[in-house]
Design a protein around this ligand. Structure first.
Ligand code: IPE
Ligand code: IPE
Ligand code: MG
Length: 245
């Protein structure tokens, strides 16, 4: 029986299998706000507070990689006001948390198409990624203007510009053209707000990822919910197409 994982406790390898990479589809900010008679943007503001808590909890637990789905390639369909508000929050988050990243040795990375972002957001991300590049603690990958299909298409374009030299072309060779080739595939993807879909998140990388869906809206998600998701993950049997071991 593995020891129960609680928020705030660190994983140790002796406790058995734990997820090195967790992805989170942080959904339900809008519904959280509307249900309270508030505007959708208030939900994003609350959602940011949850994201900060979950980053801290993942860092304290000793998780290696945390990919947060912040803004998809499809989210541009929303009103200019909502999109502008989310972009403003991202910029504010990155500059306000820099000391926290430094203190906790957290490395920030980006997944997605930076060229499609407003220049000041792309610049801020680049600056924070550069600033935290050498930190060996938790790596937080911000999926911003990210789409799984878009990542694959951009990868193919890069491949056509700089084809691999010789040898058999394999899944491993294609991986080198994705946004963060050195980041291992996610072990666990958590989605909040009850929706049973991928919404274009980590399509290539998530081929054999375990999914866990919470009915809670993202602003209501807690460190204990994260710990519960990890605990459930640890009880799963991953077969990768093989047979029960
Ligand atoms: C997730 O919450 C945040 C983003 C997609 C940017 P939503 O804004 O999608 O919230 P719901 O799904 O409308 O409740
Ligand atoms: C997924 O949520 C994207 C993010 C959480 C950033 P959406 O709210 O955009 O997904 P759909 O529209 O419900 O599939
Ligand atoms: Mg949504």
């Amino acid at each position: 029986m593995p020891a129960k994982q609680t928020a705030g406790s660190k994983f140790s390898p002796e406790e058995g299998r734990f997820p090195a990479h967790i992805g989170v589809i942080m959904d339900g900010n809008g519904r959280w706000a509307v249900r309270r008679g508030r505007v959708r943007t208030q939900g994003h503001l609350e959602g940011l507070k949850t994201a900060k808590k979950i980053v801290k909890a993942a860092s304290d637990m000793g998780i290696s990689y945390l990919t947060l789905y912040v803004f998809s390639t499809e989210n541009w369909k929303r009103t200019a006001e909502e999109v502008g508000f989310i972009m403003g929050l991202v910029k504010q988050y990155l500059s306000a948390e820099l000391d926290f990243f430094r203190q906790n040795r957290i490395r920030i990375r980006h997944a997605g198409d930076a060229r499609g972002l407003p220049p000041e957001i792309a610049g801020e991300i680049r600056a924070v990624c550069d600033d935290t590049r050498d930190f060996a603690g938790l790596q937080v990958i911000l999926a911003l203007n990210y789409g799984g299909r878009d990542e694959i298409i951009r990868g193919i374009k890069r491949l056509l510009e700089a084809p691999p030299s010789g040898g058999e072309f394999t899944e491993a060779s294609f991986r080198q053209y994705l946004d963060n080739p050195d980041v291992p595939d996610p072990d666990l993807i958590i989605r909040t707000a009850g929706e049973m879909r991928i919404s274009n998140f980590l399509l290539w990388e998530g081929a054999y990822t375990e999914y866990w869906v919470s009915e809670k809206m993202w602003p209501d998600f807690t460190e204990d919910d994260l710990a519960a998701a990890i605990e459930r993950f640890r009880g799963r049997e991953r077969r990768y197409g093989g047979v029960q071991g």
